[in-house]
Design a binder for this molecule. Sequence first.
Ligand code: C5P
Length: 238
Amino acid sequence: MTTLAILTAAGSGSRLGRDLPKALVELDGFPLVLHAARRLAASGVVDSIVVTAPDGLVAVMADLMADDPHVQVPVEVTDGGPTRQASVSAGLALAGPGDDVVLVHDAARPLVPPDLVRRVVGAVRGGHGAVVPGLPVTDTVKQVRPDGDAELVTGTPDRSMLRAVQTPQGFARDLLVRAHRTGAARAQAEHLAATDDAGLVEVLGEPVHIVPGDAAAFKITTERDLWLASLVLQETNA
Ligand code: C5P
């Protein structure tokens, strides 16, 4: 029984304002996708990785992975899809017969601690079908709807009951396959927002559990995030 990690790296990352896909933007001299792959491999609980690559960049990413001495698990690179969900489905199609646990991790979270990867896999192997790392929310969050040229607040959820979720998200493989088939179709038909893989599991009515996340697994979206990540790396290398 083995664990496959799908590393989604097919996004354009337009909010970073670079002329190359976000996963190939460098942090401390190495592309984000490579940092993420190294950390997945370093966890010791990931047996293989499938990377979803942007259009025309399968060979570039495959070379990157093959040449790196720190990525010591087999890596396959495949074309991603037009949406993150389509990219995950493309990666899932390459799962081997023995892969009973599947992780989905975003290359946009390059500094994921190997410990967090172990925590997620441990919880799935411990019997939970869907496991998501989450952090308490420190801001007060408002629910809104459009109202003319502004927005009207319609509610204030109790923030002690909210979690900001990260990746890797971990799943029993059969459940993730069902979520991407039936859950995704149902979400689309019923206009349900399912912005992550766990959301598709929720649409099926199946339980999703949270394990403690880690601030270091933050997502790189803007230039400022990249700068923060370089500071975090400096601190951990010091
Ligand atoms: O755009 P965002 O940062 O939310 O994307 C999250 C992750 O999903 C990124 O690692 C990105 O490369 C990946 N992605 C993908 N295929 C897409 C869109 C995004 O693999 N079509």
